[in-house]
Write a protein that binds this ligand. Structure first.
Ligand SMILES: Nc1ncnc2c1ncn2[C@@H]1O[C@H](COP(=O)(O)OP(=O)(O)O)[C@@H](O)[C@H]1O
Ligand SMILES: [Mg+2]
Length: 239
C-alpha cells in the first residue's frame, strides 16, 4: 500500500485541489488509485466534475457501488475518519488500514491534524500545500506538533497558487527552495481556469486541457511518484 496524505496546517491553500488532481495524474500514469475525502466540506468530488449533491460511497462500506472518475475510485471518508474503531486501528503498529495493492490519496482538512498524526505512521508521503502568503508560510511550523519542520521525513512541500508577477511569490519560492532543499517538491501556478471549471461543475482537464496548473501538477506528480517510492529512482532506473 502507498498512502499519500494531503494536509496543510493552513486552510484554503489548495489542499483539496492538489489531492484531486494528483490522484487523477497518478491514475493517468497507470497507478490503481483511490481518493478518500476525509473532510466534512466534501469538495474533493467537485474537482472531478461531480455535483455537490452527488453522494460518494462511504470508505469502509463494502456494500456500496464504487464511483470511478478519471480512473480514480472516490470515497467519502468523513465518517470513517471520525470512527473510534478506525482511529484505534491506526494506533496499532503494522496495521493495514487500506487495500495493499492501491495508491491511496487522502484529503485531510486543515483543522484535523489529529487524523494526519494517526495516518502518518502508515503513509509513504505527506504532501503539504502552501501558498505564497505570510499566514500560510507562518503556519508551516505547525505541520507536526512534535518534530521540528527541518527534521520531518516523508514530507513534500508544494507551493500552490504561484503568481510569478508577484514579488512575494517569487521570493517565497526562492526562500523555500533554499531553506528546504529537496523537501520542496514543486510549485503550481495560480490559474483562473481552476475556479471557472469549478463554477461550471466540470473538470479542469475537460474544460481547459492546457491549463498551466494542470501542467504543473503533472510535473509535480513525477516528483511525488519518486518520493513515495512508486517508481524506481532515476539513478536506480538508469543503473
Ligand atoms: N493553482 C490554483 N489556481 C487557482 N485557484 C486555485 C488553485 N488551487 C486551488 N485553487 C482554488 O482555491 C480555492 C481553495 O482550494 P481548496 O483546494 O478548496 O483549498 P483547501 O482544501 O486547502 O481548503 C478553491 O476555490 C480552488 O478552486
Ligand atoms: Mg479542502
Amino acid at each position: 500500500m502507498s498512502l499519500i496524505l494531503f494536509h496543510s496546517p493552513k486552510g484554503g491553500v489548495g489542499n483539496t485541489f492538489l489531492a484531486a488532481h494528483c490522484a487523477m495524474e497518478l491514475a493517468a500514469r497507470g497507478h490503481d488509485t483511490v481518493a478518500i475525502d476525509f473532510t466534512y466540506q466534501a469538495t474533493l468530488k467537485l474537482f472531478f466534475g461531480l455535483l455537490p449533491d452527488q453522494p460518494l460511497v462511504k470508505a469502509g462500506d463494502p456494500s456500496g457501488d464504487e464511483i470511478v472518475v478519471a480512473g480514480v475510485e472516490l470515497f467519502d471518508g468523513e465518517e470513517l475518519g471520525r470512527s473510534a474503531a478506525f482511529r484505534q486501528l491506526l494506533r496499532q503498529p503494522g496495521a493495514q488500514p487500506f487495500p495493499t495493492d492501491k495508491v491511496i490519496v487522502a484529503d485531510i482538512a486543515a483543522h484535523d491534524r489529529a487524523l494526519r498524526q494517526l495516518l502518518m505512521p502508515h503513509a509513504a508521503l505527506h504532501v503539504v500545500p502552501l501558498v505564497p502568503r505570510p499566514a500560510a508560510l507562518a503556519a508551516l511550523v505547525h505541520v507536526d506538533p512534535d518534530i521540528p519542520l527541518m527534521e520531518l521525513e516523508r514530507t513534500a512541500l508544494v507551493l500552490n497558487m504561484l503568481d510569478d508577477t508577484r514579488t512575494l511569490a517569487r521570493h517565497s519560492r526562492v526562500f523555500l527552495t533554499q531553506a528546504f532543499g529537496d523537501m520542496m517538491a514543486g510549485s503550481v501556478r495560480r490559474d483562473e481556469s481552476v475556479a471557472e471549471a469549478m463554477a461550471g461543475f466540470d473538470s479542469l482537464a475537460k474544460l481547459f486541457p492546457h491549463s498551466p496548473a494542470l501542467g504543473d501538477v503533472a510535473h509535480l506528480v513525477g516528483v511525488l511518484e519518486q518520493r513515495a517510492g512508486l517508481v524506481a529512482h532515476e539513478a536506480q532506473a538508469s543503473a
